[in-house]
Design a protein around this ligand. Structure first.
Ligand code: ADP
Length: 377
């Protein structure tokens, strides 16, 4: 047994998985919700941690735990890989709060609760941004004043790094090649969504930016838009920067166009002839297609386009729509393979295709556990 506990905290929830990395098996998984909410039973993340322990009772021998792996959203440009947590690392995560004001405080509170609970177990931070620290300067630079870049840290960081890293490595395995010798475009399409261009196993561009708002159309996020839109809305309505930021993050995307942030609802409504839902689906796929084109240009040679996460793994309609019209660039899906139901890693391109199109279910927890063990040594 090599038990590893993986913790992933939101502002009001803790998701956990206990894995036995000796045979890569899941021993227990669960979620503690409504932390700190009025009327909720769980007062704070420390109480949430006690509930996780209670739920793991019987599965977990505390002394035997090899590592605790923490998903941390923002590592800024300080963290390029999994990092053993000490007081200094906690301070650095605290320093990065301005870049991730909702996520990093929640991650930090849970780290502190877990350190108190497992004082003798190594704790490792695995950052959502770390995989993208290999982006070359032309890809991560925004053309803004030096004071914003140098003093305020305004640049592209990118997110979903753990997923992009795991999925690009699995894609290489599926192609029968080593990760260092393949170029892939990974489409992580979940509630949040992002694209990553991977060259020779390293992230060289990604669609999320300073924050997770940039890039693809998502469940509730707008993705790309003219940066002048917020100022325009303020002038017209008097709304504050905070209000507009909240609207673009939580009341835009599929939700704004189709009335639901769940792609299953959008597809069902589009199927019944709902025009808003049809437009939402078309715009969602069109945005992905534009990014595939952009990253083909960024990479020059692409061995595979890979779909992952809730929508990418399950929606044949989105996969077909995303690559529609790209046949002349060597990218297409086989209609039959694309609609075949499966939970496995698989090819969905035709056998004669120049570029493979793959579906690879993501597994961020196993990647976090692997990286945590690597950091422990
Ligand atoms: P998260 O980003 O929260 O981890 P997931 O990767 O689980 O999200 O993706 C969640 C989304 O996946 C849901 O909002 C839903 O739109 C989509 N999804 C799940 N199953 C299907 C399906 N069968 N068809 C289309 N979309 C699906």
């Amino acid at each position: 047994m090599i038990p590893v506990l993986v913790l992933n905290s939101g502002s009001s929830s803790i998701k956990y998985q206990l894995l036995d990395m000796a045979d890569r098996a899941r021993l227990a998984t669960g979620v503690v919700e409504r932390i700190g909410e009025a009327g909720g039973a769980v007062a704070d993340h420390a109480a949430g941690m006690r509930q996780v322990l209670a739920e793991l009772e019987g599965n977990l021998d505390r002394g035997a735990l090899a590592a605790v792996g923490h998903r941390v959203v923002h590592g800024g440009d300080r963290f390029r890989g999994p990092t053993l947590i000490d007081d200094e690392v906690c301070d650095a995560i605290r320093d990065l709060i301005p870049l991730a004001p909702l996520h990093n405080p929640a991650n930090l509170t849970l780290i502190e609760a877990a350190r108190a609970t497992f004082p003798d177990t190594p704790q490792v931070a695995v950052f959502d941004t770390a995989f993208h620290q290999t982006l070359p300067a032309p890809a991560h630079t925004y053309a803004v004043p030096a004071a914003w870049r140098d003093e305020l840290g305004v640049r592209r960081y990118g997110f979903h790094g753990t997923s992009h890293q795991y999925v690009s490595r699995r894609a290489a395995a599926l192609l029968g090649r080593r990760p260092e010798e393949v170029n892939v475009i990974v489409l992580h399409l979940g509630n949040g969504a992002s694209v990553c261009a991977v060259r020779d196993g390293q992230s060289v561009d990604t669609s999320m930016g300073l924050t997770p708002l940039e890039g693809l159309i998502m469940g509730t996020r707008s993705g790309d838009l003219d940066p002048a839109v917020p100022a325009y809305i303020t002038r017209r309505t008097g709304q504050s920067a905070e209000e507009i930021d909240r609207t673009l993050n939580t009341a835009s995307g599929l939700l704004a166009l189709a009335g639901s942030n769940d792609m299953r609802d959008v597809e069902a409504a589009a199927g019944k002839g709902d025009e808003g839902a049809r437009l939402a689906l078309d715009a969602y796929c069109y945005r992905i297609r534009k990014y595939i084109g952009a990253y083909l240009a960024a990479l020059g040679r692409v061995d595979a386009v890979v779909f992952t996460a809730g929508v990418g793994e399950n929606s044949a309609a989105v996969r077909a729509g995303a690559v529609a019209g790209l046949e002349h660039l060597g990218i297409s899906v086989s209609p039959k393979r694309n609609v075949a139901e499966s939970k496995e890693e698989r090819y969905i391109s035709p056998y004669w295709a120049q570029t493979a199109v793959l579906v690879v279910p993501t597994d961020e927890e196993i990647e976090i556990a692997d990286q945590a063990l690597a950091a422990v040594g």
